[in-house]
Write a protein that binds this ligand. Structure first.
Ligand code: FAD
Length: 696
């Protein structure tokens, strides 16, 4: 445990952050960095340039270089960091897979929040990685935190170290992480203006007020998100023991040789002798020298009974390894004896490492039953709000650990799910098509081995074709994906972007002429970044390209006319007209008024009675900013007389910290008797859409 210090500068806090080796210390120093640079925005486009310009040590610079390289390499896929812009993604679980998914979703431009129920990363167990996972981690800059990774044949890493590395990368890219917070359940939208929320413990945690558009369950094999069915795959009885011993990094510690994935078939002699000499009967043992001396072995039940580790035999595997049926002292002796024997007594001072409870780090568990989800995704729609959900990692498919597939397949499922988010947000496919594609990829996941994936690991991305030899895209039909959809508005379900029939079999309504959202808008500005730009540069440049009805820059007249024909065939169902986009432009006045009133309720002397004069002196905007980011504005210094100054201050912060372009100036407001109601509605709508559902 490190002594926590208060830092005087962001670079000093970054040094501590860099060295931190646990969840709570990493977050402690990261939060100091944010305070010291005056930004806690989680929007990558706003946050990343700020942190980057404030941290310029060589250690920091090498990370920025790596992040920029990764970003530029996948520039098209990330759509310049805007592929999932404004998509609010909740990830449950800061295990390796949840954090890996968070990084990709953040690169896609989503606003990502990770919830982790633990307060520390305490799992010492060491994981063998596939070569692709090592390349993937290196490409993210992991070697800046763990120089040994992938060097000198080191292809394993302790799970807590892996989590720490991924956590640091995620945080530097602007992912929001809450520790000590447990996801309990979903909270369904109660009306059209409040979207999907979740219930978290503790119940007063700020995350309870946040809204989400997508949820990724990465909470391990205990899978806590309701609504996903699965089955338990039963293999022959398999009992594993893990043991972690202190590695003092001394010459004596260096002596013993690692044992990598040895099975009984190859080491018949060793296991036979072990049994004769000690009574310990193993099917398998692995030993890695990492932060700890880590042993994992599969033991035969009879030898565990004979050596008194299991007290009473039962046919029922669940009760067999209940703590009351395991003699802990005998278990410790069993693990230590096996470890000493297989390393030929070369680790003479074996002392157990501490586990999260401060006890000897030894565990016995049954991996006879392995969880596999039935479906990889689903979408729930209520009161016009859609929530896309996906499972990744062990919550999707629990691995048979001796094959070392956990992280590899877990990362694949994280990539495939982020691909699903991208496809969903792009709006070129119906949600059912997107889910059918995701489910088709899930069907091939269990078959993935080190040997049958593409070998150019550096080219890997969330795009499935960059990794799989056969993406099997049509394995699940759109009609089959209907079961992944739970909606209170079945008449609005879109099947396929080609057949244009909805589930009820009726033809969709024709798109109305003059539909504001279907019209292409001229002169819209959109953040543009050239390939080769660093990630930091993407925020500043704009252009005025025309956009098509889907909000995409128009390409050529020929392709536009084709596009229009397709749209004419498929509109009627709202899938293309993403409801959030619709709300982005027009928010009903009553909704805005109620929301603004609630925002300023605790600010004495500031009231909202209408959408015009109430906003004129700028204090309402200042109060709203203060509610969400108190460090950005000093309310004591705001005086109602300084109309132009207050408004300019608020407009500046809203632009720089939240990316909302001003639609008027402070001077305009000071000179007008009453603010223009249309302009004000449009501007406040943007503020509302940016902040509603955020943590105040
Ligand atoms: P986890 O690592 O289980 O993380 C889930 C996270 O979610 C946890 O931090 C948990 O606290 C959090 N959480 C759970 N519920 C909630 C909630 N309600 N709210 C908030 N947070 C929640 N894999 C390999 O690749 N190579 C190996 O060599 C290997 N060896 C293994 C050896 C053993 C003995 C075991 C048991 C597993 C091994 N594995 C191995 C498998 C590997 O550990 C897992 O596949 C991997 O950890 C899965 O990562 P994950 O992120 O999906 O889930």
């Amino acid at each position: 445990s490190q002594d926590l210090v208060t830092c005087n500068s962001a670079p000093e806090a970054f040094d501590h952050f860099h060295k931190s080796d646990d969840l709570n210390t990493t977050l402690y120093y990261f939060r100091q960095i944010c305070d010291l640079i005056g930004s806690d925005s989680t929007n990558i486009q706003l946050f990343y340039p700020k942190i980057k310009s404030n941290l310029q040590s060589w250690k920091a610079k090498s990370l920025w270089k790596q992040f920029d390289k990764k970003f530029n390499q996948n520039y098209k896929i990330y759509n310049a960091g805007k592929a999932c812009k404004d998509l609010r993604v909740l990830i449950i679980g800061a295990g390796p897979c949840g954090l890996r998914a968070a990084i990709e979703a953040q690169f896609l431009g989503a606003k990502v929040t990770v919830i982790e129920k633990r307060e520390t990363f305490s799992r010492n167990n060491v994981l063998k990685l596939w070569p692709f996972s090592i390349t993937d981690l290196k490409d993210l800059g992991a070697k800046q935190f763990y120089g040994k990774l992938g060097s000198g044949g080191i292809e394993h890493i302790s799970i807590r170290r892996l989590q720490c590395i991924l956590l640091k990368i995620a945080l530097l890219l602007g992912v929001e992480v809450f520790e000590g917070t447990s996801y309990d359940d979903l909270v369904y939208p109660t009306d059209e203006t409040t979207g999907w929320k979740a219930k978290f413990s503790p119940s007063d945690h700020v995350a309870n007020q946040m809204e989400f558009d997508a949820l990724i369950s990465a909470d391990g094999n205990k899978q806590s998100v309701r609504g996903f069915k699965g089955s338990v795959f039963r293999a022959n009885l398999a009992i594993a023991i893990t043991a972690n011993f202190v590695n003092r990094q001394s010459n004596a510690d260096a002596k013993a040789e690692e044992i990598s994935g040895v099975s009984a078939i190859y080491r018949q002699e060793l296991f036979k002798k072990l049994k004769t000499d000690t009574g310990i009967d193993l099917e398998n043992i692995v030993y890695y020298k990492d932060d700890t001396h880590y042993f994992v072995m599969t033991a035969k039940k009879k030898s565990l009974l004979d050596k008194g580790v299991i007290i009473q035999d039962t046919a029922d595997t669940e009760n067999l390894l209940q703590p009351s049926n395991v003699n802990q002292r005998k278990l410790i002796e069993y693990a230590k004896e096996a470890a000493l024997y297989v390393t030929k007594n070369q680790l003479p001072d074996l002392e157990f490492e501490r586990n999260h409870e401060g006890k000897d780090d030894v565990a016995i568990f049954d991996f006879t039953n392995m969880w596999q989800a039935e479906d990889s995704c689903k979408m729930i729609e209520r009161k016009g709000h859609r929530l896309l959900m996906g499972l990744i990692g062990d919550s999707l498919l629990e691995p048979f650990w001796p094959t070392g597939t956990g992280i590899a397949r877990g990362f694949f499922s994280a990539f495939d799910t982020c691909w699903m988010l991208k496809q969903w947000k792009a709006g070129k496919m119906t949600p059912l098509e997107v889910m059918a594609e995701r489910e088709s990829l899930f069907k091939i996941l269990p078959q993935m081995t080190v040997d049958n994936i593409l070998k150019n690991y550096s080219n890997y991305s969330i795009e499935p074709a960059s990794r799989y030899t056969n993406t099997n895209k049509g394995a699940v039909l759109v009609a089959e994906a209907r079961s992944f959809l739970d909606t209170d508005d079945p008449s609005n379900v879109e099947m396929s972007s080609r057949d244009s029939f909805n589930v009820l079999g009726s033809l969709p309504k024709k798109s109305k002429k003059g539909d504001t959202l279907a019209k292409s808008k001229k002169g819209d500005s959109l953040a543009k970044a050239k390939k080769g730009d660093t990630l930091a540069k993407t925020t500043n440049t704009t252009n005025t390209k025309k956009r098509d009805s889907l909000g995409r820059p128009e390409k050529s007249t020929k392709s536009n006319s084709l596009l229009r024909t397709n749209i004419a065939k498929t509109t009627g169902s709202l899938w293309r007209l993403n409801k959030r986009e619709k709300l982005d432009t027009i928010v009903p006045q009553d909704t805005l008024l109620t929301w603004c009133k609630n925002q300023v309720a605790s600010y004495p002397g500031i009231t909202v009675n209408n959408m015009t004069s109430s906003f004129k002196d700028g204090r309402v905007f200042c109060a709203i900013i203060h509610r969400y980011r108190p460090s950005l504005i000093d309310m004591e210094s705001i005086n109602s007389e300084n109309v132009a100054e207050n408004n300019d201050k608020a407009f500046g912060i809203l632009e720089n910290e939240f990316g909302i372009k001003p639609e008027m100036s402070g001077k305009d407001l000071a000179n007008s008797a009453v603010p223009n109601s249309l302009k004000m509605m449009s501007y406040v709508s943007k503020v509302y859409n940016k902040l509603r559902g955020e943590k105040p």
